[in-house]
Design a protein around this ligand. Structure first.
Ligand code: G3H
Ligand code: 13P
Ligand code: ZN
Length: 341
């Protein structure tokens, strides 16, 4: 089956009350890791690529790798999503490259750093929705701002400052009505990257009650949790055991993500956990075998370690066992769906 629009995966997840992990990729091994995990668990897949990933792969490599994933996994519905598009042009070029879903992150201005006004956000998001839905492509918007900074993207808010930029439920209602986004990323106290929390977060730090309130007001909007890596202790330990230097840190606990999934969260973004798994596996090979120099000797275990993380999240979020139950729909078929709304 061809790449599918993300909307159909999120609709199925909502109808059956599960979440779908959206995994970032930059290279062949990461895509293969996700597909291995999907095959082993019969999971639908959201592969996402940031602007950095598109630059790293020059788009063309990414596109062809995704086409290879489709060719080799005909039983798995796969959506290809742009993560944190910084402006309409970035979203439009992704659509031209074959992405079946785009995120217009208008919560920050085009520099990807400065929190923007509500009006700017609604305007650019609406513009992208109009163009994307005309070709059946799904759109995710974002309201509120996350903490942390990754490769230049993010406002760099501290754990304390994040509390000032949580999603406002009134604005969320207005935003969805004004933009018609398929999915809405909400800021509930998470951050991108490994250094999210200095202590294991409680329900007070991660504002799960805010998710509940937004879901109560927008029961038909798919909610998205960014910054959802759990930063498992064992992955930190492997890196440090083999010469790395990861300072003690805490991520978003899987139990808290479960609460989100019970309250409308359908897309759960995970990148850092894959990065940690890959890095730990490569460090281990080099530490135990300093003479190794065949890339396959370290990329193979790295790929296997990421596949284990992907599998664990697919099972934990409930998407396992659902790939075969989803009726594939093309972007072209989605055009009628949007026209009839
Ligand atoms: O939200 C950020 C993702 O983890 C992607 O990060 O921009 O370094 O590719 P990146
Ligand atoms: P993590 O850094 O927690 O993996 O978050 C990834 C993310 O939100 C990508 O958009
Ligand atoms: Zn994100």
């Amino acid at each position: 089956m061809p790449l599918v629009p993300m909307r159909i995966l999120l609709d199925h997840a909502a109808e059956n009350e599960y979440g779908v992990v959206a995994l970032n990729v930059n290279n062949m091994e990461q895509i293969q890791a996700i597909m291995t995990a999907a095959q082993e668990t019969d999971s639908p897949v959201i592969v996402q690529a940031s602007r950095g990933a598109r630059k790293y792969t020059n788009d063309a490599f990414l596109r062809h790798l995704m086409l290879a994933a489709v060719e080799l996994n005909t039983n798995i519905p796969i959506a290809m999503h742009l993560d944190h598009g910084n402006g309409p042009e970035t979203c439009f070029s992704a659509i031209e490259q074959g992405f079946t879903s785009v995120m217009m992150d208008g919560s920050l201005t085009e520099d990807g750093k400065t929190p923007s006004s509500y009006e700017y956000n609604a305007e650019v998001t609406r513009k992208v929705v109009d163009a994307a839905h005309a070709v059946g492509v799904s759109v995710e918007g974002e309201l509120g701002a996350l903490g942390g900074i990754e490769d230049g993207h993010g406002a760099g808010l501290s754990e304390e400052e994040v509390k000032e930029h949580l999603t406002n439920p009134d604005q969320a209602e207005q935003f969805v009505a004004e933009t018609s986004v398929d999915a809405l990323a909400v800021a509930i106290g998470t951050s991108h990257g490994a250094y999210k929390f200095t202590h294991k977060p409680t329900g007070e730090v991660l504002k799960m009650d805010l998710i509940e309130e937004i879901h109560r007001r927008l029961p038909n909007t798919h909610l998205v949790m960014h910054g959802s890596s759990s930063v498992p202790q064992e992955l930190q330990d492997i890196i440090n055991q083999y010469g790395g230097d990861i300072k003690q840190t805490y991520g978003a606990p899987v139990e808290e993500i479960h609460r989100g999934i019970k309250n409308g969260v359908r897309k759960v973004n995970v990148d850092t956990d894959s990065r940690l798994a890959i890095t730990g596996a490569i460090r281990k090979v080099f530490a135990e075998n300093p003479a190794a120099f065949d890339p396959r000797k370290y990329l193979d275990p790295a790929r296997a370690a990421m596949a284990e993380v992907c599998k664990a999240r697919m099972i934990a979020f409930g998407q396992a066992g659902n790939a075969g139950k989803i009726k594939p729909v093309t972007c072209k078929q989605m055009i009628d769906f949007y026209n009839n709304k």
